[in-house]
Write a protein that binds this ligand. Sequence first.
Ligand SMILES: [Ca+2]
Ligand SMILES: [Ca+2]
Length: 394
Amino acid sequence: MVSGADQFDGSGDAVRLPKGMGLFSGTQNLSVEFWFKANAFAPDTFYGTSPILFQARGENAWMVTFGDSASANALSPRVNQGGWATPASATGLQTGRWYYFSTTYSPAGANNWKVYLDGALVSQGTRTGAVAAETTLNNQYGGSDETGIGINRSFNGAIDEVRISTVTRSENWLWASGQTVQANEAFSAYGPVQAITTRYAFSAVAGGGGSVSGTAAGDYLPGTSVSVSASAAPYYHWSYWSGDVNATQAGQNPLSLTLDRNRSVTAVFEANLTAQGVPEWWLAGYGWTSAFEAAAAADTDGDGFSAAQEYLAGTDPTNATSSLRAQLGLTPLNNALLLTWTSVAGKTYRIEQTANLTQWTTLSAGIPATPPLNTREAPLPAAAPVFFRIAVEP
Ligand SMILES: [Ca+2]
Ligand SMILES: [Ca+2]
């Protein structure tokens, strides 16, 4: 019933619905809904109830009535399933306000009759058995005095939006329906379907010594699974993942993650080292691409230093003129010793001295390189002998 509400004055008014709607066949599901506003609750003095909605009036199917045995201001389905009964009721109703009343019926099961008020379940009960089907008589609402017994059974108030349907509406459906036409004034607005806008950023990058492949950096839907692999460059190995990973994931390669938040990870690679700590990449730079342990131990250029020692000193293991060498002399005024040694950019040095070649003491430490030579004065010793050595600091 779209358009304005129907007004009933409580005397002889009724609205007759088309005959033979075929809506209902005895054992089908059923939902009945309508909006109403009562001016007065006046149960019929003959029946004790005031029918306001009939299914096939006169065929003893069901009706919705005001008033029940417990309360005059109640609204209930009243059903004939082997005898009339009121399985559920909305009670405590007030005059002068709109209610959205609905009742649903399932042919079987416990609590197969339910009553909702403004979309909320307020009462339920069990009453099974076939409900008499609509056949030839009219449905109607608003009440009636055409029962032939001359009793005024009309509703006093307004009724709107009557719906009878052969499904059992869910509470959610009824709630949403009630909200949508609340008080016949405000319609709830539902926006168009929209894409989920939340995205999580993901990126995987490689630290020095390798590369990563797999899921590209970008913004992804929550819950997206991503996978990346770390590949080490020659003379390196992959070590772990740093960033937004837990301890278990840090050691997995390939790495699979579920994007439950922004995640950024970095593949950490480390250089392959010989037993003496010489990086394979350093040896490869001088031509050794295999047998790294032997290469590190060898003094290939014959300058007295192994490749491992030359790595620490920063000298060329393939050039005999490149090595850490020191000289001891006197200052021009002969008032101090003068130490001179070959130095390499980036290195720092330490001067140690001893009188017995077993116990060395540090004379000066943390001396930055001034390539190609460093010089340093040392006080003349009070007693001979004295020995000096230059060490490369780690
Ligand atoms: Ca050498
Ligand atoms: Ca050398």
